[in-house]
Design a protein around this ligand. Structure first.
Ligand code: KIV
Ligand code: ZN
Length: 522
């Protein structure tokens, strides 16, 4: 077992901005990445994996700026097993108060076949690259990708090499979400017992959720001796995602009687960061998701409500306040003033400057005119609205629906300072509206996702709409909220188009969103 950290303390390594962001469609803008990194730092995340610096100029800039702005968290970048990746990674993280290079190579038979290296050649490469990283940075993490499908003897051999070459953290990835809790605990325990030098380093666990066992596998690994959990907010990540930060943290806190390990996370910040990640990544959280789902603390059945009124512990094992949900939520109305709005936004985790408050207040009044009571979730939806200086702006729209499903939509957009109107027909109002937008701004973006959620209850509820567009490998998501679902859909579509336009301009003619696709990793 490690002597590097306090035995009871589990380090939280968040990879929302790297493994989470590599999930198709979850791409975030530069400013969004900075915002999420700041929230992770404030909530007490020990290590933030901020990106993969060699992947693109954008990744490099984001990791560098996150490193420069970091306060308490250690900032880590990912690098494949070659000097160019490692040098670029060091360039990006070196200005952080605390930094880390994370280098990896796939060690299982399937992954060894990709670079076509023999076992001995790969072992040499690991020695060379980890030594190189350690010469640059005193804190180096090494991962044998697909560790859970790597032959036991070879896994022990390469971990020993990495430790001898100077790795300070050994991460054991379950890259394809294949392991199970008993095996996960046993693997870490046996590695720590077997590999020479294992007691000098921290063992980490990195699980994917393909079989729905990522949280259980991570906690089992801790029971086996791991002292770092790698995870993402909302479990964001490729395929079925990664271990969810909020789940492992709240499980350790709630069942500390049988899992006596602590984290440094301020759990009251969980809900706010969960909402921000869902919004900026364009991945809404499922309603019944553990900890952060909309229904996670809702007790609607008669028996449950009765039990809750008698004693909340009958049905609640955590308090909503523990994750930053305000217990009582008094709605605002059209007579509420700026001070009440600012106060409410602060309790929801938003610090707004005077200019932003002025802008939000106008939108709030507009909403309060249409809706009797403005709930917390309505305000959160308002905070996600579009930028005023976008290339395309919705000026007005009018939709007529027939009973047979056919609809006509007339849309007026301001584009490049000019107002342009188009009318189109379609299968329903949303289809007609999207066609009208496309006829004003012709594009070949393919609609990958269209999702509608009611924010609150009632026929005057706001709908939040998420749209994901893809064009030549470049992906952009857009969101909007409105009491009218078709207006929210139009705005979300326009929002996604604006982000696509911005990305295209930044990338320059013919450029791809990423110079190295994350697909190259596996
Ligand atoms: O899942 C995985 O194996 C990874 C590695 C790059 C650590 O994300
Ligand atoms: Zn991963």
């Amino acid at each position: 077992m490690t002597n590097v950290t306090d035995q009871d303390r589990v380090l939280i390594f968040d990879t929302t901005l790297r493994d989470g962001e590599q999930s198709p469609g979850a791409t975030m803008t530069h400013n969004e990445k900075l915002e999420i990194a700041e929230l992770l730092d404030e909530m007490g995340v020990d290590i933030i994996e901020a990106g993969f610096p060699i992947a693109s100029e954008g990744d490099f800039k984001a990791v560098s700026e996150i490193a420069e702005r970091s306060k308490n968290s250690r900032i880590c970048g990912l690098a494949r097993a070659n000097f160019a990746d490692i040098d670029r990674c060091w360039e990006a993280v070196k200005r952080a108060n605390k930094n880390r290079i994370h280098t990896f190579i796939g060690t299982s038979p399937l992954h060894r076949a990709i670079p076509n290296l023999t076992m001995d050649e790969m072992a040499d490469k690991i020695h060379e690259t980890v030594s190189h990283a350690r010469n640059l940075c005193e804190n180096v993490q090494w991962s044998p990708m697909d560790a859970t499908r790597t032959e036991w003897d070879y896994l022990c051999r390469v971990i020993e090499i990495a430790i001898k070459a100077g790795a300070t953290t050994i991460n054991i990835p379950d890259t394809v979400g294949y392991t199970a809790p008993v095996e996960s605990a046993d693997l870490i325990k046996r590695l720590i017992e077997t590999v020479p030098g294992a007691d000098e380093v921290v063992f980490a666990t990195h699980c994917h959720n393909d079989l729905g066992m990522a949280t259980a596998n991570s906690l089992a690994a801790v029971a086996g001796g791991a002292r770092q959990i790698e995870c993402t907010i909302n479990g964001l990540g490729e395929r079925a995602g990664n271990t969810a930060l909020e789940e492992v943290v709240m499980a350790l806190r709630t069942r500390n009687d049988i899992m006596p390990w602590t984290t440094g996370i301020d759990t009251t910040k969980i809900m706010h960061i969960s909402r921000r990640v869902a919004t900026v990544a364009g991945f809404p959280v499922q309603f019944n998701k553990a900890i952060v789902g909309k229904n996670a603390f809702a007790h609607e059945s008669g028996i449950h409500q009765d039990g809750m009124l008698k004693n909340r512990e009958n049905f609640e094992i955590m308090r909503p306040e523990d994750i930053g949900l305000s217990g009582t939520s008094l709605p605002l109305g059209k007579h509420s003033g700026r001070a009440a709005l600012r106060d409410k936004l602060e309790t929801l985790g938003y610090e707004v400057g005077d200019n932003q408050l002025r802008d939000i207040f106008v939108r709030f009044k507009d909403l309060a005119d249409r809706k009797k009571e403005v709930f917390d979730d309505d305000l959160i939806a308002l905070m996600t609205l579009d930028d005023a200086d976008d290339y395309l702006q919705l000026v007005s729209m009018k939709v007529t629906c027939g009973t047979g499903g056919q609809a006509e939509s007339t849309v007026e957009l301001e584009m490049d300072g000019k107002d342009i109107i188009a009318t189109e027909h379609g299968d329903g109002p949303v289809d007609a509206t999207f066609k009208a937008i496309r006829s004003i701004y012709p594009n070949k973006a393919h609609l990958q996702l269209y999702q509608v959620h009611a924010v609150t209850e009632g026929t005057d509820a706001q709908a939040t709409v998420s749209v994901r567009l893809e064009e030549d490998g470049m992906i952009a998501t857009g969101q909007s909220a409105n009491t009218d679902t078709v207006v929210a859909s139009a705005k979300a579509y326009i929002h996604a188009l604006n982000r696509l336009i911005m990305r295209r301009e930044k990338a320059g003619p013919g450029a791809d969103a990423r110079e190295i696709s994350y697909k190259d990793l596996t």
